[in-house]
Ligand binder design. Structure first.
Ligand code: RFL
Ligand code: PHB
Length: 389
């Protein structure tokens, strides 16, 4: 088999890249390790920056998002039960869209099916070869049979645990990492959301976030020790703990119900530099991970895909490889700023086992700054609603 761009991973990065390249007449093959049903069962991101919304529309995958997504003009922050609102529109003139990653992936699959995309599921043992030549190859196993694809370029969109990043020789990459000493236990429930906008709650018992997917589907998270698993948190214990950490008037009106999904995600910041090597280009979680606090992971992946697709389109349309050469630098400039935002919001809002009274005072002062200063709120709102691509 031969194609122009081989795409490893059929999550949001891989599907969106394939869609944008196909719209420009560039051939792609997507190799995904899991089944389509498995990819569509993962519950992840919920908040889209406005730039992401526009990119999805332009990719022909925005109709259902525009019908079913909720535009949010602000969010709530609370500290020990007292809440204040950050008005994004007043602070920076922009909003976000609340629409689940699962639905985006479904919409991208529909757009790719309509475009006649080649998406291979259950591709195991994917391996990348000859990336430092102008004829890279990808091999994999499909239904027990060995398969091979030759291509011009390889896009590594296979997430944090994929094989693409590892295909860059260790001596040619530098990895930066911060692992946080807690995780987020998340549940999805067919209940009314806690409030009309997201609530990020700092509390002595640990952080909590009340989010949503639609008016009858709520998504909530609580900070838990890394040693805890979902089995340690029966639904009743989860709701009790969430209620303790949310502002009292919100907790009093909280509708509870059985969870339909429950999982623990560890928190990590990670960046691999450079994001390219030879004919291989990394996008999304394959190159970088953020803690979910700032809602940046999926949005960063979309930014990478925009930059890489623009560079590949320039290469195929006019033979100009300059933008491809500059891909990593351009993407990383945006990535590091979002890293800092996600890291600082994580440090501000969570209880750290090794923090003393000094660090807790610094957190209180940081929240005070956000509550009292228009300038500080504007910095927050600009980062949260999205830095420009
Ligand atoms: P994905 O989604 O991990 O997709 C990678 C795909 O590659 C496949 N794969 C392979 N395929 C072939 N061969 C291999 N060897 C392979 N290894 C892996 C996988 O099966 C998968 O299908 O990465 P991608 O596309 O870069 O997308 C990144 C986003 O998924 C991620 O950044 C976000 O979910 C992060 N995130 C959030 N981001 C936001 O922008 N806003 C949010 O509100 C938000 N909330 C979250 C989040 C992530 C969370 N978790 C569970 C980590 C909340 C949570 C709880
Ligand atoms: C979510 O709805 O899953 C969500 C929202 C905001 C975040 C993280 C996760 O910061």
């Amino acid at each position: 088999m031969r194609t122009e761009v081989a795409i490893i991973g059929g999550g949001p990065s891989g599907l969106l890249l394939s869609q944008r390249l196909m719209q420009a007449g560039i051939g792609t093959v997507v190799l995904e390790r899991q089944s389509r049903d498995h990819v569509l069962s993962r519950i992840r991101a919920g908040v889209l920056e406005w730039g992401t919304v526009e990119v999805l529309r332009a990719a022909g995958a925005g109709d259902r998002m525009d019908r079913e997504g909720q535009i949010h003009d602000g969010c709530w922050l609370s500290s020990e039960g007292e809440r204040f609102r950050i008005d994004f529109r007043a602070a920076c003139g922009r909003s976000v869209m609340v629409y689940g990653q699962t639905e985006i992936t479904r919409d991208l699959y529909a757009a790719q099916d309509a475009a006649g995309a080649v998406i291979v599921h259950r591709a195991t043992d994917v391996a990348l070869h000859d990336l430092d030549t102008d004829r890279p190859r990808v091999t994999w196993t499909e239904d027990g049979q060995p398969r091979e694809l030759t291509c011009d370029y390889v896009a590594g969109c296979d997430g944090f645990h994929g094989v693409s990043r590892q295909a860059i020789p260790a001596a040619a990459r530098t990895e930066y990492e911060r692992v946080y000493p807690f995780g987020w236990l998340g549940i999805l429930a067919r209940t009314r959301p806690a409030a009309d906008e997201l609530i990020y709650a700092a509390h002595a018992r640990g952080f909590a976030l009340s989010s949503m997917r639609n008016p009858r589907l709520s998504r909530h998270y609580i900070q838990v020790p890394l040693s805890d698993g979902p089995e340690d948190w029966p639904d009743a214990a989860f709701w009790d703990e969430l209620r303790r950490r949310l502002p009292a008037e919100v907790a009093a009106g909280l509708e509870i119900g059985p969870s339909i999904e429950k999982s623990v995600a560890p928190l990590r910041s990670f960046v691999c530099t450079p994001m390219q090597w030879g004919r291989l280009f990394l996008c999304g979680d394959a190159a970088h991970i953020v803690p979910p606090t700032g809602a940046k992971g999926l949005n960063l992946a979309v930014g990478d895909v925009v930059y890489l697709s623009e560079a590949l389109i320039a290469r195929y349309r006019s033979g100009d490889a300059g933008r491809l050469a500059g891909y990593s630098d351009r993407a990383l400039a945006r990535v590091w700023r979002a890293m800092r935002f996600s890291w600082s919001l994580t440090m501000l809002m969570h209880r750290f086992p090794d923090h003393d009274a000094w660090e807790r005072r610094m957190q209180d002062a940081g929240l005070d700054d956000l509550q009292r200063s228009d300038a500080v709120r504007r910095v927050f709102a600009e980062a949260y609603t999205g830095l420009p691509f």
